[in-house]
Write a protein that binds this ligand. Structure first.
Ligand SMILES: Nc1ncnc2c1ncn2[C@@H]1O[C@H](COP(=O)(O)OP(=O)(O)OP(=O)(O)O)[C@@H](O)[C@H]1O
Ligand SMILES: [Mg+2]
Length: 411
């Protein structure tokens, strides 16, 4: 992917070739590829069980299933279907010959192209030029019957095809067994983003069976944290990252609920960290690494430092204490805030505000999305504590701006 971070190590290692293709932080670049499929989905047990429950007869010769999966962008629809097809093939390996084809209808947006893709996957040399839709479907049926396999067809982003060619192909595929006295030759999984559901007319969903409609929810920050942690374990050099930095990334991506976003943020942080490496730098992701890249993305709230200019100067003092700590640490507790705030007040020769007022300011920062708070149980089990972090701003930059503003305000 990139090699900017490569420097010749000062110590000659016996396994010196190990580092070829890898970086100081990045051990396996492929883990961050857009089409990388993890061994296991994290935190999706419920929806995976639901999907499997639609295929409970798949081990039987006449068994088949049909499902419509919808959900927001990056909610894991594609990877859910891909891992399901992979896992079910292994699971039924000595019971039934299952094959699967995953067609992205954004690239194959007419029904003709879709069938050509399916055939091409199953029989790479199959001629398709000049053949009519009917002829292609007959070929498909013949291939499937010949090797007595069951085919799971996944039509991803199916709204593209529906818009161009209507829903006719869906019915043709569902009817593919009709002359075969009901053997289950084919299963169908349709995927679409929730927002374009209107195109996926109610007719299509009801044809597939209303109970076969699986709706996926966007990820919460906990879900995103689990996903980013999995990529870090699989793709990064041990010791080059901490759970705290992953948590901060998850909070940064949380407003989108998009798993792709948290993976991109992690990847970008890794690139920055690799880029600044030399023989003396810390080989670990830092708060700075996670902020600077990708800031022009529309889903990022941050980098608009003027957002804080209208804060009351006392609130600024509290925020400054947060910025100072969060420049070095990923998160801090409310107890830390009070301590550091006391130091800042001393420095600016201002009287400290009450506990309640500090609390009110913190609430305001959170409402304005300057900080994020999370309540966690203290390790060891006694009591709960609130962790504050600043996922959308670089604390150092915000701190510099506050110092500049305070100079004017207090003069
Ligand atoms: N539960 C999960 N565990 C591990 N990785 C996940 C999980 N959910 C999503 N991902 C990863 O997040 C990225 C986005 O997921 P995916 O492409 O499946 O989303 P999608 O819902 O199909 O998005 P879109 O609507 O844009 O098509 C992928 O790299 C995927 O591997
Ligand atoms: Mg997808």
């Amino acid at each position: 992917m990139f090699n900017n971070g490569w420097r010749k190590p000062s110590v000659v290692m016996s396994n010196y070739l190990d580092r070829i293709g890898a970086g100081w932080v990045l051990a396996k670049p492929e883990v961050f590829n857009f089409d990388y499929i993890p061994n296991k989905l994290v935190g999706r047990d419920g929806i995976q069980n639901e999907l499997a429950s639609k295929f409970t007869t798949l081990h039987l010769p006449e068994g088949s299933g049909r499902v419509v999966i919808t959900g927001p962008v990056g909610s894991g629809k594609t990877v859910l279907a891909r891992t399901f097809c992979r896992d079910i093939q292994r699971h039924l390996a000595n019971k039934r010959n299952i094959r699967s084809v995953h067609v992205n209808c954004r690239n194959a947006s007419t029904s003709m192209r879709v069938v050509q893709r399916i055939l091409h996957e199953l029989a790479p040399g199959h001629p398709d030029r000049g053949l009519s839709m009917g002829e292609l479907l007959i070929s498909l049926r013949r291939i499937l019957r010949k090797d007595t396999s069951h085919l799971i067809v996944v039509l991803d982003e199916v709204d593209h095809m529906l818009r161009r060619s209507g829903d006719d192909l869906l019915y043709q595929l569902l009817r593919i067994d009709e002359d075969q006295s009901g053997r289950g030759t084919l299963s169908l999984i349709l995927i679409s983003q929730e927002q374009v559901l209107d195109v996926l007319e109610t007719a299509v969903i009801s044809r597939m069976g209303n109970t076969n409609h699986l709706r996926i929810q966007p990820y919460t920050s906990d879900g995103l944290e689990a996903i980013a942690t999995q990529r870090a374990i699989e793709g990064l050099v041990p010791g080059s990252w901490t759970p705290e930095i992953i948590r901060l990334l998850a909070e940064k991506a949380a407003p989108t609920g998009d798993a792709r976003r948290v993976i991109e943020l992690l990847n970008a942080a890794v690139e920055r960290c690799e880029f600044r490496q030399d023989d003396h730098s810390e080989r670990r992701l830092t708060v700075e690494d996670i902020h600077l890249p990708l800031e022009n993305s529309p889903t990022t709230l941050g980098s608009n430092l003027e957002h804080i200019d209208d804060l009351n100067p006392n609130a600024m003092l509290v925020l400054l204490s947060l910025c100072r700590r969060l420049t070095k640490e990923e998160s801090m507790t409310t107890g830390d805030v009070e301590q550091l705030y006391a130091v800042v007040c001393e420095e600016y020769e201002k009287k400290m505000k009450s506990h309640t007022t500090i609390w009110k300011y913190l609430k305001e920062f959170e409402e304005r999305q300057i900080i994020t708070s999370r309540v966690a149980t203290i390790t060891g089990g006694r009591g709960r504590t609130t962790h504050l972090s600043m996922p959308h701003y670089l604390p150092k930059d915000l701190g510099i701006r506050i110092e500049m503003l305070l100079k004017k305000r207090f003069r």
